[in-house]
Design a protein around this ligand. Structure first.
Ligand code: TSB
Ligand code: ZN
Length: 587
């Protein structure tokens, strides 16, 4: 999707359109007072004080019509520069503008205003020359916004819109917005009871509902098995640690702004952990190790807490409480490349299983000038960064480099995945770390009996279960493959009086095979129940009547298809189990 702010021409157009919106609002709501109307990535908005009146979504049409009328009138847009005292006099009845003007420093700011027809607004500009140029716009939504973003202040009405310079671009953009709305995992999450949030729990702290929990459990089982096969050992550790633990690791100095504040218990200070590395370092340190033990791969589905700005949290995609599919691999320097390659191959394998094809590898490097974020040891950094480059080149993997994106303890390989709509998201990561093993004084005995420091690879294949689930919900539009579907099979008896017993028998047999089955025995019409099964996006619906009962068959309707198929029950079982095992979409 286009970033309006980054396109100079569209920026001017959208800013001018914000004024057109304000003028139309003034015509329709004469007492309206205006705060600010900036251009944003998604278009523009204007914050407006309408006294006791409230603009609703359905009022946007009316405002849009007025905007069109003004635009047709085709008045020129004039710029005038005025002194601060003139500005204060001119806008003296408008406390919002007075607030803005009083804070302006005349010595380094030119105060300007723009006029179009009967409307004048204080503005830096620039603007288009005439309102006639503002033809292809759309008002998108309205919400409340505290004046100056402070919850102690009055709530203003924020009206959002977007403007293009031709009809086709506007249409394409609106289509994309519709598509994004339809796929939005927050919407699907609500419709399918996957997760919820509640202000009493807090922003960015999702509650996984039973349906969502099934998906998450399946993801956990899937990756757990893959990791076991690769020699990972899984652990459980607490999601708090003492401040001293994070001072030892260096998080306290380099990651504090991403952490929740300290909790005091008795005389000890604790934090909610933002990462699991320190805990895993201590598990490694619990025993003496010889080079023969390495690599040691410690995995955990670990809950972390991070401070994310309240405006940045989004459904499951960006949360403050997350569960990482985390592991720390303790290796000798000679094992780095091989172990790193295995991680990259695991990422590729998982993406293949999930049909993820649109992604880029990003090599995240330190910014050598940022001495606050990155520890100061050029040799260590260069060594680590070059090691990663070598591996990527040997694997023939295309990547791009991103300065200043490394973790404080080392460079990383992040995978940026492009969703069906919307901006890229970082899912997987694999990071190389020479620092934390030193800070925790880790060691192993090498083959000549000498004490050596291991190297650590931090890696998360899904990233977090939260973000990965958000991604999968949007990619599939909530039509999950059979193995992930909360309900896999819905059984509908044609007539409860005659077919319920057979339906219950089929249900129990499927449940015994470990499948997730529902039986719809409500006294509703067959057609109604079948339609509902489709709305709920259940992959398989079985309709059972006389024919099926007599021959031990099932009548199968796959999600999204109209036609149905009669299959012998034994055959059906085989098909279903195979589909689940192969993780294919449907039978
Ligand atoms: C891989 N210590 C490493 C770990 O061993 C670590 O924490 N890396 S991380 O900071 O990059 O986080 C791992 C992954 O978590 C990221 O790749 C990203 O996919 C996911 N993630 C990060 N922040 C959030 C968030 N606020 N909400 C959801 N997922 C997140
Ligand atoms: Zn880590």
């Amino acid at each position: 999707m286009i970033n309006i702010k980054e396109d100079e021409k569209l920026s001017i157009l959208n800013h001018s359109c914000a004024h057109l919106l304000a003028q139309a609002v003034k015509h329709l709501y004469p007492s309206a007072k205006f705060w600010v109307g900036p251009v944003i990535e998604e278009g523009f908005y204007y914050d407006i004080d309408l006294g006791d009146e409230v603009v609703k979504e359905e009022d946007l049409d009316k405002i849009e019509k007025e905007m069109k009328k003004i635009s047709k009138d085709g008045k020129r847009i004039y710029r005038e520069e005025i002194s601060k005292s003139e500005a204060l006099e001119k806008f003296k009845d408008d406390p919002y503008k007075v607030d803005l003007i009083s804070r302006m420093d005349e010595s380094n700011t030119v105060i300007s205003m723009y006029t179009q027809g009967d409307f004048t607004d204080l503005c830096r500009g620039p603007h288009v020359e005439s309102v006639k140029e503002l033809k292809y716009f759309k008002l998108l939504k309205v919400s409340g916004a505290y004046w100056k973003g402070d919850s102690k202040n009055k709530v203003l009405q924020r009206i959002y819109g977007i403007c293009f310079d031709n009809e086709q671009d506007l249409e394409n953009h609106l289509k994309l917005l519709d598509e994004a709305k339809m796929r939005d995992h927050r919407k699907i999450g609500k419709e399918q009871d996957l997760f919820m949030t509640h202000e009493l729990v807090g922003a960015g702290m999702p509650l996984w509902l039973p349906n969502g929990a099934i998906i998450r459990k399946e993801l956990e089982n899937y990756i757990y098995q893959k990791e076991r096969d690769l020699g990972y050992e899984h652990v459980y550790t607490p999601c708090v640690g003492t401040v001293n633990l994070y001072k030892t690791s260096g998080h306290w100095d380099h990651y504090k702004e991403n952490m929740f504040p300290v909790m005091k218990v008795d005389e000890e200070e604790f934090v909610l952990r933002p990462m699991n590395c320190p805990h895993h370092m201590l598990i490694y340190k619990n025993k003496l190790h010889s080079y023969r033990d390495l690599p040691i791969r410690i995995g955990e589905f670990a809950t972390d807490f991070r401070y994310e700005a309240s405006g940045a949290v989004k459904g499951l995609e960006r949360v403050r409480c997350m569960c990482q599919n985390d592991a720390h691999l303790f290796v000798t320097p000679e094992q780095i490349k091989e172990e790193f390659k295995k991680v990259v191959n695991l990422i590729l394998e998982v993406y293949k299983d999930f049909g993820i094809e649109n992604y880029k590898f990003r090599l995240s490097l330190r910014d050598p000038h940022d001495k606050d974020k990155y520890f100061d040891d050029d040799e260590m950094w260069n060594n680590a960064e070059n090691k990663l480059r070598d591996v990527l080149n040997e694997l023939n993997i295309e990547y791009f480099e991103a300065l200043g994106e490394a973790a404080f303890y080392g460079p990383k390989l992040d995978v940026e995945v492009k969703p069906a709509v919307g901006p890229e998201v970082t899912l997987s990561t694999c990071q190389l770390d020479f620092l934390l093993p030193r800070r925790f004084d880790l060691s192993y005995i090498d083959n000549s009996g000498e004490r050596k420091v291991p190297v650590v690879l931090h890696r998360a294949i899904f990233g977090t279960f939260d973000r990965f689930s958000a991604f999968i919900i949007e990619e599939t539009k909530g039509q999950f493959p059979l193995w992930l579907s909360p309900t896999q099979i819905n059984i509908i008896p044609v007539n409860n009086a005659y077919h319920l017993e057979y339906a219950m028998d089929i249900k129990n047999k499927l449940l015994n095979l470990g499948l997730r089955v529902e039986l719809d025995d409500r006294d509703e019409k067959l057609g109604y129940k079948m339609r509902e099964s489709q709305t709920k996006k259940i992959p398989i619906t079985l309709v059972l009547g006389d024919n099926e009962k007599e021959s031990n068959f099932v009548n199968v309707r796959k999600y999204g298809l109209i036609e149905t198929e009669n299959i012998a029950f034994d055959e059906f079982i085989k098909l279903v189990l195979e589909t689940v095992k192969n993780k294919s979409k449907n039978i």
